[in-house]
Design a protein around this ligand. Structure first.
Ligand SMILES: [Zn+2]
Length: 237
């Protein structure tokens, strides 16, 4: 068997398109459009050579435009992808008789692996340790919202940095995220943000919001009267 090495702008396999359509439930995940003229497939990291399942999302033409123009940020798209992946995997769990996890390497954030035919994504990053009932970890929306703010902060901090390669950008992103979580652990004296108590929820959210507002992009948005993030009440994760 000879292996085909990665080429830029590889055509997206039909089986992958089908999977992405199924993941999106034949509906644009951003606007709910279920009858676009043609579906479009967006490379989340903007690398057209990186046509992996995790790096791709099916959207309508209009929303693809909004992404390209930056009206929807990469973090917004990643969040949406995470949400629909999660929905697909929970739907599968309900209907699956085998319940087998075949794709253990397709954990969240790992964008490096190739999708293969019949690989099922039954696996999303659930908290490994059961969260205490009065913690953020026990509340999906609070958990996702904290994650959303952290990613937004990372995105904004990286905005004015220049990376010469995609590899370099990904590496930097990893370090930025690690630093963001480390600060939470130190400030809230927890081993993971999941352990932050519900009582301190607003404080955790505010922690991120303050840092986001302090970034160059955050200040710019403020000056222009543009919101940098959804409020918890507006957030639909
Ligand atoms: Zn749309």
């Amino acid at each position: 068997m000879s292996e085909v090495t990665a080429k830029p702008r590889k055509a997206i396999a039909a089986v992958l398109k089908k999977k992405l359509q199924q993941e999106a439930n034949s509906m644009c995940p951003f606007c709910g459009n279920s009858e676009p003229g043609t579906w479009e497939f967006h490379h989340i990291d903007s690398d057209r050579g990186n046509s992996t399942y995790e790096n791709m999302i099916m959207v309508c033409g209009g929303c693809h435009n909004r992404i390209t123009k930056g009206e929807l940020s990469e973090a917004d798209v990643r969040l949406k992808k995470t949400m629909i992946m999660w929905k697909l995997s929970s739907a599968r769990k309900k209907t699956s008789t085998s319940g087998k996890i075949k794709a253990g390497n397709l954990a969240l954030g790992n964008t490096g692996c190739k999708i293969e035919q019949n690989v099922y994504i039954d696996h999303m990053p659930p908290p490994r340790v059961k969260a205490a009932p009065d913690s953020i970890g026990a509340n999906a929306k609070a958990r996702n919202y904290a994650n959303y703010l952290a990613r937004k902060l990372c995105e904004y901090r990286m905005k004015d940095k220049i990376f010469s390669t995609e590899e370099e950008r990904k590496h930097a992103q990893k370090n930025y995220m690690a630093a963001i979580w480390k600060k939470v652990k130190n400030d809230f004296k927890v081993t993971s943000y999941h352990a932050v108590s519900t009582e301190n929820r607003e404080e955790l959210f505010q922690h991120f919001k303050t840092l986001i507002d302090k970034t160059k992009q955050g200040k710019m948005n403020k000056g222009r009267g543009i919101k940098s993030y959804f409020l918890f009440e507006e957030y639909d994760g």
